[in-house]
Write a protein that binds this ligand. Structure first.
Ligand code: TNX
Length: 551
């Protein structure tokens, strides 16, 4: 793994490397290809935005507001022109381009673009509006990190993976529409393109469903509010993927409509067997009616069907249930995504399987860490087992034992894979480092699930989506999702402490090719982001792993 700031910098002199590092200063994720120029651009000389194509107007407008929000630098309203535009950020959609489809399966999802910085201004070109938007996130970060001037040069960039997401559990702890929008702003800043919302679980059902009105009672999104989230995300080229978790994790639904579950089953406590009754006609109608409504509320074609941890359910019944739900979504022209347990059902090459159960034995030994990887995996499993009550542990172990064949099954089926390994992508693990702030050191006690060992920022950075997905072919690894589960979250502040800086590390794993990444480089580049987070009043964890430039 390289630790220089540029992947393709095989034969650069030391001075040239320094120039490149200046250009990538404060950029996370690290761009693919960077060439230093000569001279520099005064940021104060940037006054406006120009565009050559009306279809980039929305992008320009969001950029203008976003730049102000993160940096306080205000540009004038956009002008449409074909001419040279000194003193502006100039957006150029290349001829023959289209606006893209807002789908993480589309090639526009790679967000390809070019940025050129000269003494006269900044020019960004792309074949899709989405590429412009991703490039503009780079410009926001450059301006935030700069000390009055930007070095001239050129960046060509594109994501390593098409799917770069966050799964957010708003079922265990509800978050307001405003808070979800703040999370979307963070995702956009790190070039992520998917917000997966875990909307239902044992603890609560958070989306209004007209045909089953008793599902929601106090804290939930009306369909109108959900549409607001979808629109806000779409303006930032982020697809919202709603998750309706079935047949397990259905406690809230069963409490509202007991006929959906088996009689006498407890729906509360840790890991209840709160499954829909696979033999019930009510449960079948329920799933179809709910998914029909949910499908109308999304812009993307994706619906997450959960499928995880249906404790106590017969394996064949689980497989059949999931297969029927997947087939129903196909009939509706939608794409099903399921947690890895759905690899045991009838899944095909157009579906997506999200791997999460991680045995920690696939990673090569990270640089500077002399523990054997196997050993590390075992140690962390032992440490966490001690915190789990014996009967729960038995159940989890049985579940994990079944999971050993999931990756091979996924590979056999030719389905797409999303990598969300618990060891590297679960943001709800307790935080291992100290914070620079005493109150955060108090706040972090009890934050993160105690079943997991405390985890450092570095673990979210040093992993490889292809390696953790083996034996799935690299070409079928669609991308990466971080997951933020909310069992221990009591407020928006808690959410943000687990989100930042961890999400930025996973976002770089998703965007930047592995050969170009390096922990030492990342921790230098992320250090200046604290000023953006603080400006926005985000509660970010002041981890001692990074020499933050502002706290
Ligand atoms: C497992 S990941 C779960 C969630 C928990 C999470 C805690 C998955 C599909 N299921 O229900 O919240 O672990 O990290």
């Amino acid at each position: 793994m390289m630790d220089s700031a540029q992947g393709s910098a095989a034969v650069l002199s030391e001075a040239e490397v320094e120039d490149v590092n200046q250009l990538t200063n404060g950029l996370v994720p690290l761009p693919a290809d960077v060439r230093a120029g000569s001279g520099c651009l005064e940021i104060a000389s940037l006054r406006g935005i120009c565009l050559n194509d009306l279809s980039a107007l929305g992008v320009a407008d969001i950029f203008r507001r976003t730049l102000d929000m993160w940096t306080g630098h205000m540009l004038a309203s956009p002008d449409i022109t074909d001419k040279e535009c000194p003193g502006t950020v100039h957006l150029v959609l290349t001829p023959g381009s289209d606006i893209g489809t807002l789908s993480p399966l589309d090639t526009s999802a790679f967000g390809e673009h070019r940025i050129s910085i000269t003494e006269r201004g900044i020019r960004i070109s792309a074949a899709h509006a989405e590429g412009l938007h991703r490039g503009l996130a780079t410009v926001v970060q450059m301006i935030a990190a700069a000390d009055g001037v930007l070095p001239c040069g050129e960046l060509r960039d594109r994501a390593a993976y098409r799917w770069r997401g966050l799964s957010l559990d708003v079922a265990r702890k509800f978050q307001t529409v405003e808070e979800v929008k703040r999370v979307i702003d963070v995702l956009s800043l790190y070039k992520c393109n998917v917000l997966h919302l875990h909307l239902t679980d044992n603890e609560g059902w958070r989306l209004q469903i007209n045909s089953w009105p008793k599902l929601t009672s106090e804290e939930f999104y009306s369909q109108e509010e959900f549409a607001q989230i979808v629109d806000y995300a779409a303006e930032r080229f982020i697809t919202v993927v709603p998750e309706i978790d079935t047949p397990g994790h259905c406690g809230a639904a069963i409490r509202a409509y007991p006929e959906l579950g088996l009689a006498g089953v407890s729906t509360t406590g840790p890991f209840p067997a709160a499954n829909l009754d696979p033999g019930s006609i009510h449960a079948k109608a329920f799933v179809r009616e709910v998914l029909t409504e949910v499908a109308k509320l999304t812009r993307g074609s994706f619906i997450h069907i959960g499928g995880d941890e249906s404790f106590g359910m017969d394996d064949a019944a689980h497989g059949l249930f999931v297969s029927e739900v997947v087939a129903f979504l196909r009939e509706m022209g939608r794409t099903a995504i399921g947690w890895q347990e759905t690899s045991r059902a009838e899944i095909g090459p157009s579906e997506i399987i999200q791997h999460w159960i991680d045995f920690g034995q696939h990673e090569p030994r990270p640089e500077g860490n002399d523990q054997e990887p196997d050993n590390e995996g075992r140690q962390s499993q032992e440490a966490s087992s001690q915190r789990i009550p014996a009967e729960v542990l038995e159940m989890l172990k049985a579940n994990f034992a079944k999971a050993t064949g999931d990756k091979a099954r996924t590979a056999d089926k030719g389905a797409w894979v999303l990598a969300s390994p618990t060891n590297n992508a679960y943001l709800d693990r307790p935080i291992s480092e100290e914070s620079l702030s005493r109150s955060q050191n108090d706040a972090k006690t009890g934050l993160g699930l105690a079943y997991y060992p405390a985890t450092e920022l570095r673990s979210y950075y040093e992993w490889d989506p292809v390696l953790v997905s083996q034996p799935v072919a690299p070409s079928l690894v669609l991308g990466v999702e971080a997951a933020l589960w909310s069992e221990t979250i009591t407020s928006a502040a808690d959410l943000e402490l687990l989100l930042l800086p961890r999400l930025s590390a996973v976002a770089e794993v998703a965007w930047t090719a592995r050969e170009s990444r390096g922990w030492e480089s990342y921790r230098k580049r992320i250090a200046s982001h604290s000023s953006m987070w603080t400006r926005r009043d985000l509660h970010w964890f002041q981890s001692t792993s990074v020499a933050w430039s502002a706290t």
